[in-house]
Design a protein around this ligand. Structure first.
Ligand SMILES: *Cc1c(COP(=O)(O)O)cnc(C)c1O
Length: 359
């Protein structure tokens, strides 16, 4: 069996040891004579798996009990609606920062429910920058401020945390667990699992408990965080298998030394790759230096006519899913937690060889 290096933006690479454990436990979970997938979500086994996953996540993030952890479905995209439905209360306005395609989608959805004040936008730089906070125009009487700490498509990441008076809401789909995080700075953090947490189908929401109980009367029960919290994320059938796999990923992170260690590895991986891009006249990355994502590295070739050949040859070399997002073009290497340093080294070696032959 040969496993390729997978640079997919999502669903993304999973740690090999996690897949091996899942394989070994597939037919008979811990001697119970059936797969975890086949067990009731009310069984002590599945409840135990969910509790353990939550506890390991809390330990990894150093999260206090002031926060509820919710394991939901519907992806980060469903939270684009759940955020205003749960947080507006009696206010009619929210602040949003627009730094790329995911911010835009969150804004478009919020507009169904409230007056959206776009406090800042980097659209004028084609989303290659992050507007400094002193340029933000915060709205009066906003219920919360929403931003996207890592724009997965543009490859733009915040290395600072906005300071605002209202609850801070962050779509961390493509950055959570990539480095240490101060949960206390946030009102709500949410993330689709399929980048850095586990397989698709699970959505993580971390919400400060004092923000629960404000949901609009028309908020569907399935989107109501209070309902989820009251029912330990088992108001209906949760995605049990995705939860189990995510728990294995949390264990893997903890065995590897937690988020400090992961962050150091991720910085090294990204520095190498950006270094290789910057050292060459053939490859380029458009993002301002201070905001280059550790997780998603878009890059272009000097001649776009070579894109197709680059993709064909990289795939043949076992380097998969390097095609850039259709809205940006070029290439994108997503180098999430489970993408090893060896994978990044192999990519850089391929890029240098390709440049030699075609540059
Ligand atoms: C992938 C992604 C989403 C969409 O996630 P779904 O789970 O597919 O809804 C939203 N925001 C960001 C930042 C993402 O990377």
């Amino acid at each position: 069996m040969t496993r390729c290096y997978n640079f997919c933006a999502g669903p993304a690479s999973l740690p090999e040891s996690v897949l091996e454990t899942a394989r070994d436990e597939m037919l008979d979970w811990h001697g119970k004579g059936l797969s975890l997938m086949e067990m009731s979500h009310r069984s002590p086994e599945v409840v135990g798996v969910a509790e353990r996953a939550e506890q390991t996540l809390r330990d990894l993030l150093g999260m206090s009990d002031d926060y509820a952890v919710l394991f939901l479905q519907g992806g980060a995209s469903t939270q684009f609606s759940a955020v205003p439905l749960n947080l507006l209360g009696d206010k009619g306005r929210a602040d949003y920062v627009n730094t790329g395609q995911w911010s835009k989608k969150a804004i478009a959805e919020a507009k169904r429910y409230c007056d959206v004040n776009v406090a800042a936008s980097s659209e004028d730089t084609n989303f290659s920058t992050i507007p400094p906070q002193d340029s933000w125009q915060l709205g009066a009487d906003a219920a919360y401020l929403h931003y996207t700490p890592n724009e997965t498509i543009g490859g733009v990441e915040y290395f600072w945390t906005p300071r605002v008076q209202v609850p801070l809401v962050a779509d961390m789909s493509s950055t959570i667990l990539s480095r240490p995080l101060q949960v206390d700075d946030f009102g709500v953090i949410y993330a689709g699992a399929q980048k850095n947490i586990g397989p698709a189908g699970l959505t993580l929401v971390i919400v400060r408990r004092d923000l629960l109980g404000r949901a609009d009367a028309k908020c569907p029960a399935m989107l109501n965080w209070q309902t989820a919290a009251d029912n330990d994320s088992m108001y209906n059938t949760p995605p049990t298998y995705a939860l189990y796999l995510s728990g294995l990923v949390f264990d893997w992170l903890q065995r590897g030394g937690g988020l400090e260690a992961m962050g150091a590895t991720n910085r090294r991986k990204a520095q190498k790759l950006y270094g290789a891009i910057d050292d060459s006249a053939f490859y380029a990355n458009p993002v301002e230096l201070a905001s280059r994502s550790l997780m998603n590295v878009p890059f272009t070739l000097a001649d776009a006519a070579l894109d197709k050949l680059f993709l064909q040859e990289s795939e043949a070399a076992g380097l998969l899913n390097l095609k850039g997002h259709r809205s940006v073009g070029g290439m994108r290497a997503s180098i999430y937690n489970a993408v090893s340093e060896a994978a990044v080294d192999a990519l850089i070696a391929f890029m240098q060889d390709f440049e030699q032959r075609n540059g």
